[in-house]
Ligand binder design. Sequence first.
Ligand code: BG6
Length: 473
Amino acid sequence: MGFSKDFLWGGASAANQCEGGIDEGGRGLANVDVCPAGADRNAVITGHKKMLRMDGSHRYPAAEAVDFYHRFREDIRLFGEMGFKVYRMSIAWTRIFPHGDEEEPEEEGLRFYEDVFKECRKYGIQPLVTISHFDCPVYLIERYGGWRNRKMVDFYLHLCRILFTRYKDYVTHWLTFNEINMILHAPFMGAGLCFEEGEDEEKTKYQAAHHELVASALATKLAHEVNPENKVGCMFAAGSVYPYSCRPEDVWEALLTDQENYFFVDVQSRGYYPSYAVKRLEKRGVFPQMQPEDKDILRQYPVDFISFSYYNSRCIAASKEQEKAEGNLFQSAKNPYLKFSGWGWPIDPLGFRITLNEIYDRYQKPMFVVENGLGAADCPDGEGYVEDDYRIEYLREHIRAMRAAVEEDGVDLMGYTSWAPIDLISAGTGEMKKRYGFVYVDKQEDGSGTLERIKKKSFYWYQHVIKTNGEEL
Ligand code: BG6
């Protein structure tokens, strides 16, 4: 009973949030590099402020991040020590293609990831690779307008071909786009979109989304052609949507929010635009332009498994006057029955079990939880040791709920990678002080620190969880 013998325990990160080294190895500039920390970040990541170069008046946390680029051997050794079976990580597109539209890849970039994969395999860790985790070359944004342009499909597929071929011996599990539904909430991060004055933003977002959906389907096809062992997953930001009350208007709003969220996976998993999306997008005049072959492409190449992040549930009210709660770039009404993290995100382990059930009911495909964790401000003692019982508590309750979903509800779950095994830069706020790791990194909000890695209390706790295959929490 409980988790299967080959359940994949591990942790998840993203290139731009941990690597740094943005001007090394021939790497080009990416959208995520130019997202500053501080007041302008939100306007930039939502595409409302165009800042495609770094300037002297902002701080850019991705530039150094936590220096995984130089310290990956030490970091992966620590993951090995925790007993990881899998490490979810992403590729910085501009390490492979600095501009994004070149024919020939950058050998130094390819070698870097090959070294990372070899290091993982040394500890028996299988890489799970996100091809694009909020990642788009700046050159493609300037020259082509990012994912609003159909040409992006070809550039992305060229990247995929190089990755699938070169890493055939190391990687068999791939995710096409991180949190694909985030395109609606952070379109610059999700699709390299900067909006022009007067532009119909919704129309552009759904057009870009369509291009990503087609690219994802074609990447799935390609992955299977290059190596029949390859398994390809979609990835979306999940979290059950609760109606604020049993008032039918609240229930209806919650359903609409759910559909907006599931739209992407409905296409990636079932292989066609669901009727609710066709009707609503047409009515709003934002239904994307399609090529004649698109319907067939979507239908023929659905994903093999469904992966998702879960941080919290959401609560939706028809009235906009309800008190608001924060969340993973989504806002929702404040649920009076829940506690909240230091960043105002609801904490809802039972919501995790509900989410697992909902997704499994909807798609009936194997699932992979590829992000879940607690962002908190840790206070190290004089030796740098962090006693993070609050993080252990969060993870314990969530893993318990996940176990119930497997053991008692029968959902089909391949693995769990917590966000993040080591402290790194926050995607939403660009902060360093919002920490998720089992390993503390001595890097402070102002950029100072030695970058030393120190195991937290949760490191030993998670090590034991993996050792007992989730039996002892
Ligand atoms: C997900 C992203 O949205 O949530 C990660 O895939 C991100 O990149 C994580 O870091 C946690 O959000 P935040 O804003 O606390 O970093």
